[in-house]
Design a protein around this ligand. Structure first.
Ligand code: PLP
Length: 419
């Protein structure tokens, strides 16, 4: 394929994504329940549909039926998401004692603790709470498990660098194969039980080959260590990283799963295979609705100032360098939005910091103060990483999923009736 045809094909896929996201956003924001949520909370408001989380979980399960999924609570720790996944039978991956309290109703054998560095007191509390699977990647951490109950099982975290991922999760944690071998030997010497390996190929990584390589290398290491050491390594945790289409199409879940299945399925009868997806389950379940609070003409064109920004729900723009789509609500049927009244604009957040810029060169109709905008796929790593900078309140989350009647808009902690 020439560069030119590739670029055209890519542009076509992106146009399709734009159309799909506009249609989904239109259906949501025009629903009675979304109107009720916006009427109740004003803007900004995050509209959360837990049904979409369920749907994504079912897709994952169907695509990789031999994998035990543990939702990475850090992506979006809202109780409605946790309840929906717990009902579906999903497990949970927690990184802190605080996250563990969020899944208090879930059977403990469905929870894994995957932070490679933990306070000793946190380990003690988690063990007392019934958690039995933990992750280590160094000798100091391993020593914290000396004398732990016999059924505590440790996974050694491996590093597979992914410069193309939005977040390379092997730059801070993880071991190479030789260091991992030394750690397993050390655990054997200390009588601490290591049951296998975990890794994370990097978050928002659109590269099926990286998953395949990481799995193959880990299986080779596992086979080698079982051959030379008196150890049974029966668990492989393939982490998270499954990508989401923000402003560009990505490999779809089923295609990625096919590649993973080809290397993993033959081993599924002897191995307990885990995964810790976060983004793929949560991202598409939440839509942000904001409004314009200011308009200015600057030397580089029109600027719109919104009532949420990168210090709030758009924290993913800064922390992860993802680029959520932003649509004007009255423009949702226009695709492509090309009439003469449209112009390229910069979108900024409400704080006084110059870094609070959400997006540049967004094609928008003429907007006025009070006009509404929406960003789809705002469920993962948004509200959880938002700050209170400039004294701003956290953006409320309203549940708008199937089963919620127009008169009821559930917030995080209460059920309120819209007059
Ligand atoms: C240890 C661990 N597991 C799982 C996840 C979830 O990854 P993702 O949201 O890319 O699926 C993360 C993300 O930071 C992580 O650090």
């Amino acid at each position: 394929m020439t560069e030119r045809t590739r670029t055209r094909a890519q542009a076509r896929r992106e146009r399709t994504l734009d159309q799909v996201r506009r249609a989904e956003t239109a259906a949501l924001v025009r629903s009675d329940i979304a109107h009720a949520a916006i009427a109740l909370h004003g803007t900004p408001v995050l509209l959360l549909d837990p049904e979409r989380v369920r749907r994504q979980y079912r897709r994952l399960e169907a695509a990789l039926p031999f994998v035990a999924f543990h939702y990475a609570v850090k992506a979006l720790s809202h109780p409605a998401v946790i309840d929906a996944l717990a009902e579906e039978g999903c497990g949970f991956d927690v990184a802190t004692g605080e996250e563990l309290t969020l899944v208090s109703g879930v059977p403990r054998d469905r929870i894994i603790h995957t932070h490679p560095i933990k306070k000793p007191s946190e380990i003690r509390a988690a063990i007392a709470d019934g958690i039995r699977t933990f992750v280590v990647d160094n000798e100091t951490e391993l020593e914290k498990f000396a004398g732990a109950p016999e059924d505590v099982r440790l996974l050694v975290r491996l590093a597979y660098r992914s410069p193309n991922a939005k977040s390379d999760l092997s730059s801070k944690f993880g071991l190479g194969p030789f260091e991992a071998e030394r750690l397993v030997i050390r655990a054997l010497e200390r009588g601490i039980r290591v049951c296998g390996f975990s890794f994370h190929v990097g978050s928002q990584l659109d590269d099926p080959g990286r998953f395949v390589t990481a799995i193959e290398r880990t299986l080779r290491l596992l086979d080698r260590l079982e051959a030379i050491l008196p150890v049974r390594l029966d668990t492989l945790d393939i982490g998270g990283g499954f990508p989401v289409a923000y402003d560009a199409a990505v490999t779809d879940l089923e295609t990625l799963a096919d590649r993973i299945r080809s290397v993993l399925e033959p081993r599924a009868d002897r191995l307990r295979i885990l995964a810790e997806p976060g983004r793929i389950l949560a991202a598409e379940a939440m839509t942000l609705v904001t409004s314009v609070v200011g308009v200015a003409e600057r030397p580089d064109g029109r600027w719109y100032y919104l009532d949420d920004g990168v210090y709030g729900s758009y924290s993913n723009v800064i922390a992860e360098d993802v680029h959520p789509l932003v649509f004007a609500l009255r423009d949702l049927d226009a695709c492509p939005p090309a009439d003469a009244a449209h112009r390229w604009a910069t979108l900024a957040g409400p704080t006084c910091d110059s870094a609070d810029v959400i997006a540049r060169e967004v094609l928008l109709p003429d907007l006025r103060v009070g006009d509404l905008l929406a960003s789809p796929a705002m469920g993962a790593y948004t509200s959880v990483t938002a700050t209170r900078f400039n004294g701003r309140e956290a953006t409320p989350i309203a549940i708008v999923g199937t089963g919620v009647r127009t008169g009821e808009v559930r917030t995080a902690s209460s059920l309120q009736t819209v007059p």
